[in-house]
Design a protein around this ligand. Sequence first.
Ligand code: NAD
Length: 263
Amino acid sequence: MDLGLKGKVALVAAASKGLGRAVAEELAAEGAALILCARHDEALQATCAAISAATGVPVLGIAANVAEPADVARVVQAAQGRFGRIDILVTNAGGPPAGTFDALSAEQWHAATQLLLTSVVELTRAVLPGMKARGWGRILNITSISVKQPVENLMLSNSLRAAVTGMARTLATEVAAEGITVNNILPGYTRTERVVSLADATAAKEGISAADATARWESQIPMRRLGEPREFAALAAFLCSERASYITGTSIPVDGGWIRGLL
Ligand code: NAD
């Protein structure tokens, strides 16, 4: 299937590692030019160079913290300067701290709101006028399985990703007639650095091995294994493509069957 991504320009946020990087690699393999951001310039530039060498597409890396609106504006400005437009936006950020309601401070709520919700609002605000002017756009938010089935001890993620989902569904209706789709993709337990370090942290806390911590997650997943970032990225690239032109306002999990709900 030709996804029709050749020559499109995609901004993928928080993409030096993990899911963001995997999505960037898949879009580049389909011929899209990229703008990537992440907080640490060295890791980001190494990722940009590797993707460009592997695919031949131009990849611009701008160090930025997506929780800072001024950084978001700088990334979008640099992308406009280099490529003249952004056709595809993939929002992403690092995960917020775990914790129950009682364990979280007002400062942690504020920081998580900036990281998970404000970053999506600001990135979207910056790219939407150009998409409207060209009559074509794809906005894809990386959220979590927690929007369909809250995950214990992840109060901040469960709450703020639900807010992103509400925003995305509302925006999808507002811009649908202008050729712009807005969707969310929901990772389940996927083998990234974050999940490996979560397993280490769980192991240290409970006095078990990291393998045992991972095995406990796997026992809750019908496929009995973690997902691979490439499996996640395949759906992401499709949702960003020309071929996904009649899909908008959805939240689609890539979770090995973890969510037990019907819809
Ligand atoms: P990861 O830690 O492997 O990678 C995160 C990437 O984001 C890195 O490139 C990092 O540099 C960048 N980043 C972090 N904070 C940033 C910020 N403030 N500004 C700019 N860049 C930033 O994480 P991942 O596993 O790829 O997860 C990505 C997102 O998906 C997270 O929000 C995570 O909570 C969510 N998620 C992941 C899983 C999973 O199993 N991997 C499951 C559900 C949800």
